[in-house]
Design a protein around this ligand. Structure first.
Ligand code: SAH
Length: 211
């Protein structure tokens, strides 16, 4: 997986590659899809949600430019896999998930692996997680219609935000760096994520989500 899907496509950060090598992705995938855990694709994790494709997990983590000293916020914890990867390359990870049924399994997976520097909180992460702000890095694992202003506010000076922004069909993965109150934005790649719902995301209609 690491050699063919991730290194070959240009991820160069050795710490990210080592984390992708270390974290057992199959433990975060439901038993019914375990055979496909290391394939080049997103997989269902329940509640209409998906665990992102390995390459995109690696590319987003690399885009945060982590050294190991950072406090990181993840929005959209899902299975906990991205949080597990972040926990290997940062000091502390707070991952927010809105869907209650995903919380307990995600917490269990992280605990089983002994990744005690990552914790999952329940709530609407479209407004960030102000209780523990500021963050050196913020990763949003769901597609937003626009950059939620609270996420910029909760970035520390020099902090990086990686977030897919666009329509529900297609997004641009953006990297935003905040320096002395100003932001500089660059586009990393095109991508497709499940929608970020909530106050600064798409309205939650309660209807089945688009595939
Ligand atoms: N990073 C996850 C996959 C993310 S899928 C993993 O590694 O498995 C996107 C997740 O974002 C879903 O679990 C969805 O429930 C969650 N989500 C959507 N809107 C949210 C919001 N406003 N706050 C927190 N989580 C949200």
């Amino acid at each position: 997986m690491v050699a063919h899907q991730i290194r070959a496509r240009g991820v160069r950060d050795e710490r990210v590659l080592a984390a992708m090598q270390t974290v057992p992705r199959h433990l975060f995938v439901p038993a019914s899809h375990r055979d496909a855990a290391y394939e080049d694709e997103p997989l269902p994790i329940g509640a209409g949600q998906t665990i992102s494709q390995p390459y995109i997990v690696a590319a987003m983590t690399e885009a945060l430019s982590l050294t190991g000293a950072e406090r990181v916020l993840e929005v959209g914890a899902g299975s906990g896999y991205q949080a597990a990867i972040l926990s290997r390359v940062a000091r502390e990870v707070i991952a927010v998930e809105s869907q209650t049924e995903l919380i307990e399994p995600a917490r269990r997976h992280l605990a089983e692996l002994g990744y005690i520097n990552a914790r999952i909180e329940q709530g609407d992460g479209s407004a960030g997680w102000p209780e523990a702000a500021p963050y050196d890095a913020i990763l949003v694992a769901a597609a937003a219609p626009a950059i939620p202003p609270p996420l910029i506010e909760q970035l520390a000076d020099g902090g990086r935000l990686v977030i897919p922004v666009g329509s529900s069909e297609q997004q641009d993965l953006l990297r935003i760096q905040k320096t002395r109150g100003r932001t500089v934005q660059q586009s990393v790649c095109a991508c497709r994520f499940v929608p970020l719902l909530g106050r600064y995301g798409w309205p939650d209609t309660g209807k089945p989500r688009p595939a």
